[in-house]
Design a protein around this ligand. Sequence first.
Ligand code: RTP
Ligand code: MG
Length: 137
Amino acid sequence: MVERTFMMIKPDGVARGKIGEIIQRIEHKGYVITAIKMVRPTHELLAKHYAEHLDKPFYPSLVRYMTSGPVVAMIGEGTNIVTGWRMLMGETNPTLAAPGTIRGDLGREWSGDAIKNIVHGSDSITAAEYEISLWFS
Ligand code: RTP
Ligand code: MG
């Protein structure tokens, strides 16, 4: 089934010069990027994007991480892209992410508070539509 998802290269991915490599992996897989822009996320935007994590102990450090620099926000389109992009990203913690995944191959930073893991992807079709409307309003 052809789906849309929201994809992001987080501040550590941008700062470490991984934009090209990540976009290449997306395109090699056959996904189509239908919208792309660089954004400096605000606290307001992050509170909506990470609403499910607002009460978590790591939320303040997550916001510090996500406001530390620009991110690349993208809409991707492709067959089963919601699940497929999560598989390309790998596990949340780069230390545990499998080789061959973006987080497994490129991730390394564990600051002790927020997990810095290079990329984001919506975890359901519902979340994808919500996040697309948030970042590309
Ligand atoms: P994302 O939403 O960014 O695609 O990542 P995810 O689904 O794999 O992870 P999620 O559980 O939704 O957590 C969102 C982001 O918060 C940071 N985090 N830090 N210190 C911690 O225990 C912790 N847990 C999560 C990570 O940056 C994670 O991607
Ligand atoms: Mg998540």
